[in-house]
Design a protein around this ligand. Structure first.
Ligand code: NAD
Length: 353
């Protein structure tokens, strides 16, 4: 059975990837520090699955990573683990350097040493895939061409700077040591199980509580939106057929202003759970813009589409509707996240492992 070491697999995208990998018959060793953003309850469907092993630990823990590699001999390492929230990076940049830069660097070093010890045929098949963001390319204005894989890096936030640094380390490990790496840079993900500090779940959950819907500046900033399942399918495709050392941009062909996204969420809620006090859009509140807020990101993903035959299958409007419905239908998950009770879930369900 193929086996992958997935880091950050209890986070939003990582958990979707782990669920997909298990459906594809891949054994998963899931190394996650379970920070505030890691939620083992997102993997509750795998609680009795002997081929999903959740290990609480840091990607920077070299002994632990070496032990996991030697014990499970994965065919690939897929690195999702990161501090991922731009606003938090503005408050505490060092935490982002620790995990995204130093953590990734330590992970690469341990993986490289283990990879070098492999028999030639296994070493040739091994892949290290690093999951990154389009934010490393900086900001665009309306009308600018979208980011391609050759757009120079120009990160503006501590988050994107730390991700850019990690991308450079990944590339350097390929150029310097020959480690067979792959990089992916994707746009904003949306879908089920996203921690409610990010735009879409924050708006859904605040609206349901009748709380203000905070929109930065005038809400004119533009992002491309990628369904998390399309992203995970793209990662699987890159692992399968991507050229070693190459980067692949992944996008959803769905550029929207933040205000458009918030209005769309409100309209779906108006229809599904009408609010006694009027339209949810009445809760929209404009707040002081985020410092250094990139105006627009847009991603040209023609390389992965042409070379690897991947395309997003989710349309933003229907995908957003399904996402809103997921939050409405999964009130236990939502309540556990809100109360912090999801942290106990690990002890109860994975306590003996
Ligand atoms: P997330 O914050 O939901 O999850 C991150 C996970 O990493 C959590 O489970 C956390 O516990 C774990 N983690 C953090 N530090 C760790 C460490 N030192 N060791 C081990 N585990 C650690 O993030 P996400 O939204 O799922 O993003 C996953 C990856 O995709 C990140 O690398 C992020 O930069 C990238 N990305 C995300 C988006 C997006 O829209 N969410 C867009 C582009 C790229």
């Amino acid at each position: 059975m193929p086996c992958q070491l997935v880091t950050g697999g209890a986070g939003f995208i990582g958990s979707a990837y782990v669920l997909q990998a298990r459906r594809a018959g891949i054994r998963v060793i899931n190394l996650d520090k379970l920070t505030y953003a890691g939620n083992a309850a997102s993997l509750s469907a795998l609680a009795d699955d002997p081929d999903h092993i959740l290990v609480r630990g840091d990607i920077g823990n070299e002994e632990l990573v070496a032990f996991l590699l030697q014990t499970h001999k994965p065919d690939a390492v897929v690195n999702f683990a990161a501090e991922s929230h731009v606003d938090r990076s503005i408050v505490d940049p060092d935490a982002f350097v620790r995990t995204n830069v130093l953590g990734t660097s330590a992970l690469l070093r341990v993986v490289k040493d283990w990879w070098r010890s492999l028999p030639a045929d296994k070493a040739a098949r091994f892949r290290f895939l690093h999951v990154s963001t389009d934010e490393v390319y900086g900001a665009l204005q309306p009308g600018d061409p979208a980011f391609t894989e050759t757009t120079p890096y120009s990160p503006n936030s501590p988050y994107s700077a730390s991700k850019a640094a990690s991308d450079h380390m990944v590339r350097a490990f390929h150029e310097t040591y020959g480690l067979p790496v792959l990089l992916t840079n994707c746009s904003n993900n949306y879908g089920p199980r996203q921690f409610p500090e990010k735009l879409i779940p924050l708006m859904i959950l605040n609206a349901l509580e009748g709380k203000p819907l905070p929109v930065y500046g005038s809400g004119a900033n533009i992002r491309d939106w990628l369904h998390v399942e399309d992203h995970c399918a793209a990662i699987a495709r890159v692992l399968e057929a991507g050229l070693v050392g190459r980067s692949y941009n992944i996008g959803g062909h769905a550029e929207r202003t933040n205000l458009e996204v918030v209005h769309a969420v409100c309209m779906i809620l108006d229809e599904l759970v009408p609010w006694a006090h009027g339209a949810y859009a009445g809760l929209i509140t404009y707040v002081t813009d985020r410092p250094g807020h990139d105006f627009r990101y847009a991603i040209d993903c023609s390389r992965i589409e042409k070379e690897l035959g991947w395309k997003p299958v989710h349309r933003f409007d229907s995908g957003l509707r399904e996402t809103v419905k997921w939050y409405l239908d999964n009130s236990t998950w939502v309540e556990h996240v809100r109360s912090g009770a999801y942290r106990d879930w690990l002890a109860v369900n994975y306590g003996q492992r």
